[in-house]
Design a protein around this ligand. Structure first.
Ligand SMILES: Cc1cc2nc3c(=O)[nH]c(=O)nc-3n(C[C@H](O)[C@H](O)[C@H](O)COP(=O)(O)OP(=O)(O)OC[C@H]3O[C@@H](n4cnc5c(N)ncnc54)[C@H](O)[C@@H]3O)c2cc1C
Length: 333
């Protein structure tokens, strides 16, 4: 009987999988290298309120995710983002910023983006600041943490890391490379927060721009203050991957001043580099992966096309795959 499950990664994929398994009677322990759960749904707590350095919002298209979002709304850990959308175009140095209203419902975590993840994990043991750098299997799994701690007696393991990190973990554990050609699915992003008042055009600004992919202003997000977060696009982020925060602050301030026309003070706050941020355009989503005999499954947002909603669905799929294997084993025995 498979009972004791380790989930590596406390982003939304790991949280959704863990919550589902606990609902079904499994004992689950979640491990994450970070200080708090949330992963790329990350808000940094600062004296300027929470700064959403990762996902800015999420949408809900599938019934399963709509039901979960409804629960979060009722629990008060998510809210609708009443944002005004706009489009920033920069074609060979000529900038245009126009409003581009749409009917899409957008949601945020409140008071921070990790709140929905934390709510899924609230009754589940989680070991934080624990980077798992090796696994070993002898009828049960042992997890080895970078701080020399080890955790044993797991019947099954779910790995919910970005593909490069999952691949490294498999390789360090001398397990087959299930990720292989999918390792480059996620691209980098520099995210830069500056304090500034909002421009009149909008607070969710999609960008067709040589440097940027998205700009959001936080004024209509509960728990946040008057700040912009700029997400630089994958090619510009990759080109300047090693640049210092000062470089990114200068870039951000120049864009906010010259392209969004904010003439009052603009203060640099935080620059954060995501090595693995969002799915490469037009990449083929590989689904979840498994070593079923050893009871190991791997998946994440990237399994189904990136984004918050797909992370949730990946978590449900991982849990489902594990439960089905157990049913099958029960039927065969
Ligand atoms: C800048 C940015 C902007 C985005 N914007 C949006 C958006 O607007 N809308 C949207 O829907 N999506 C957006 N996304 C994508 C969205 O954030 C992700 O799809 C989703 O959060 C992924 O969840 P996950 O659980 O699959 O992975 P993650 O959130 O990456 O979770 C993986 C977890 O594993 C942990 N970890 C890694 N290695 C180890 C290890 N060896 N041992 C232990 N723990 C480890 C990490 O700390 C992390 O917590 C954005 C992402 C970024 C970075």
């Amino acid at each position: 009987m498979m009972k004791n499950i380790a989930v590596i990664g406390a982003g939304l994929t790991g949280a959704a999988a863990a919550a589902k398994l606990v609902q079904q009677g499994y004992q689950v322990t979640v491990f994450d290298k970070g200080r708090v759960a949330g992963g790329r749904m990350s808000s940094k707590k600062t004296e300027h309120g929470y700064l959403d350095m990762g996902a800015q919002y999420f949408t809900a298209r599938s019934d399963l995710f709509k039901q979960q979002v409804q629960l979060w709304l009722e629990a008060g850990c998510a809210d609708i983002w009443a944002c005004r959308t706009a489009l920033l175009c920069n074609d060979e140095g000529v900038t245009s910023l126009v409003s581009s209203a749409d009917a899409q419902l957008r949601f945020i975590g409140v008071p921070s983006m990790q709140s929905p993840v934390k709510s899924l994990l609230q009754a589940i043991p989680i070991v934080t600041e624990c980077r798992i750098d090796r696994l070993s299997y002898q009828r049960q799994w042992t997890l080895y943490c970078a701080n020399n701690q080890s955790y044993s007696n797991f019947d099954a393991v779910l790995i919910t890391l970005p593909p490069v990190q999952a691949q490294q973990l498999l390789s360090q554990s001398q397990l087959p490379d299930l990720i292989a050609t999918n390792s480059q699915l996620l691209e980098p992003c520099w995210a830069v927060a500056v304090q500034a008042e909002a421009c009149s055009m909008g607070d969710a600004i999609f960008c067709q721009h040589p440097k940027l992919r998205f700009i959001s202003h936080q004024q209509h997000k509960q728990g946040r203050t008057s700040c912009y977060i700029l997400h630089f696009n994958a090619s510009y982020s990759a080109e300047h991957l090693q640049a210092r925060p000062e470089f990114w602050f200068e870039q951000a301030i120049t864009i906010v001043r010259d392209e969004l026309n904010i003439q009052h003070s603009i203060e640099p706050l935080v620059a954060h580099r995501w090595l693995y941020a969002s799915q490469r355009d037009q990449a083929i989503a590989p689904g979840i992966m498994a070593l079923p005999e050893q009871k190991l499954w791997i998946g994440g947002d990237w399994s189904f096309g990136g984004r918050v909603e797909n992370a949730y669905l990946a978590g449900l799929n991982l849990a489902q795959a594990l439960v089905e294997t157990q049913h099958l084993a029960g039927e065969l025995s």
